[in-house]
Write a protein that binds this ligand. Structure first.
Ligand code: E4P
Length: 219
């Protein structure tokens, strides 16, 4: 399972990359705004800065919502760096745009997926990734993990090459559940990823090992 970090914060991206487990980055307009990145020139510079940190898979979301504008914006974003994956919203013109980008060899991430039907359409259009938002489904008392399970079954039935990118992850248990269900990728905030490191028995076990070593060594 690939690990992406879900942030536009350069320090957090560097920290996750330095851990040696990072396969990519997802951003969205809200995450860019949170970092205070506004204006086309600054947004473009920020995507380039992210691409300089990681090896591949930098999702850059189009702001446009009509076909022609999405094509123009997506081609501009894709031309910034071969690591860019154009993130396209799950709307009618978005599906057309994904088909267009697919025919041009431009990778896409279809975002704001909340149903299996949406996932099927995006896969048929040739999306490289689809992003089901499981946390936001949980927020409205709908089982987000059930959606991941459904999409996994459907994509396996037809051997769709589109990768399931589980998004809107809220904690380490979401990540583990996605791994059990066979999601191809998770994107999560840094605290959810680093929480996987932790176990109190690891901490107490290490403390005992070090204390025993010190005692036996006469330290
Ligand atoms: C990822 O691509 C999404 O933009 C992100 O996971 C949304 O997460 P949120 O529901 O925590 O905003």
């Amino acid at each position: 399972m690939k690990f992406f970090i879900d942030t536009a914060n350069l320090d957090q991206i560097k920290e996750a990359y330095d851990l040696g487990i990072l396969d990519g980055v997802t951003t969205n307009p809200s995450l860019m705004a949170k970092e205070g990145i506004t204006g086309e020139a600054n947004i473009i510079a920020h995507y380039k800065a992210i691409c300089d940190i990681v090896d591949d898979n930098v999702s850059a979301e189009v702001i446009a919502t009509t076909f022609n504008e999405m094509i123009a914006e997506g081609e501009m974003l894709a031309a910034l760096n071969p690591k860019i994956v154009v993130k396209v919203p799950m709307i009618k013109d978005g599906i057309k745009a994904i088909r267009y980008f697919s025919s041009k060899g431009i990778r896409t991430n279809c975002t704001l997926i909340f149903s299996a039907g949406q996932a099927i359409l995006a896969a048929k259009a040739g999306a490289s990734y689809i992003s089901p938002f499981l946390g936001r489904l949980d927020d409205i008392s709908t089982d987000g993990l059930k959606l991941i399970e459904e999409i996994r079954l459907i994509f396996d039935n037809y051997a769709y090459p589109t990768e399931i990118l589980a998004a809107s992850i809220r904690g380490p248990l979401h990540i583990i559940a996605c791994a059990k269900l066979g999601a191809d990728v998770i994107t999560a905030p840094l605290p959810a990823i680093t929480a996987l490191l932790k176990h109190p028995l690891t901490d107490s076990g290490l403390a005992t090992f070090l204390a025993d070593h010190a005692r036996a060594s006469g330290l």
